[in-house]
Design a protein around this ligand. Sequence first.
Ligand code: SF4
Length: 329
Amino acid sequence: MAGSGTAHMRNTVDSVLTVRDLTVEFRVAKDKIVKAVSGLSFDVVRGETLAIVGESGCGKTTLARAVLQLPPPNAGEVVLNGTDLTLLPKENLRSARTSMQMIFQDPISSLDPRMTVHQLIDEPLEIWDRGNRAERDERINKLLQSVGLEPELVLNRRSYEFSGGQCQRISIARALALDPRMLICDEPVSALDVSIQAQILNLLLHMKETFGLTMVFISHDLAVVKAISTRVMVMYLGKICEVAPPDVLYAKPAHHYTRALLNSVPIPDPTKQIRTELLQGEPPSPMNPPSGCRFRTRCVGASALCAEQEPQLREVSPGQFVACHHPIV
Ligand code: SF4
């Protein structure tokens, strides 16, 4: 069993995406290799929202990009609707990728400022020859309406004329143009004002229901994830720490890193007791991760075993999987 194990894999026919033993490494100098994602496996079942959580630099975005083959991983399988994307020739890969779209963190810079909103949404439809001019225009109007924008007010304007929240609505409309089955959202609200974040999260939930989507939602913010996910996967330094339904994970985290992350979420009530296990220090370099459990240099529960053996994921309560020699529950 490689990496952090596969006990959490469901191996069901309902899996839209199955990732096995995915490894992404970058050479940054002659003798320096960043181990961004190390032998990681997970699956996403039709209709669910898998949240991938961790501090910045834990490999979440690299993982998402490797799933989309942007660039392809160094090793591992990425099976989308039964097809292993890592084995596809370039042209077939482009076509397969239309069923899996990504929404990026910075909505303003992810949209080409030279293009009008009409051109931005029309581009994928035109490239993939989806309908004639009238049919495409009708689709563009419907997409804009579905994300809460008035077509006649926005079609001929450019991205720099809109707020961050409006740009994210345009990005969502563009991502849905080709009717994908899966959306990968990479920190889609973290660049937005707090007042706008809830609107975009609600919109994503609404679009998920309307378009029958399956979602992967990447975030460093556990509070955001709680509202939107059906399963949460916690990552640390390119490995999985814990996988669980959100209500279980928030009520009874089993991994010391998950508990420390939860304790880092600010408490609005000053009368509440200060939480004890907080995240100390910075993560070690992914060029030289610790032996055994990668979290051991920051873990209050670490033992000698944690330095010697890498913990493998195992089920500690129904649906809750943890990679820890000394879990909390
Ligand atoms: S395996 Fe050891 S170091 Fe890692 S989280 Fe568990 S107790 Fe801490």
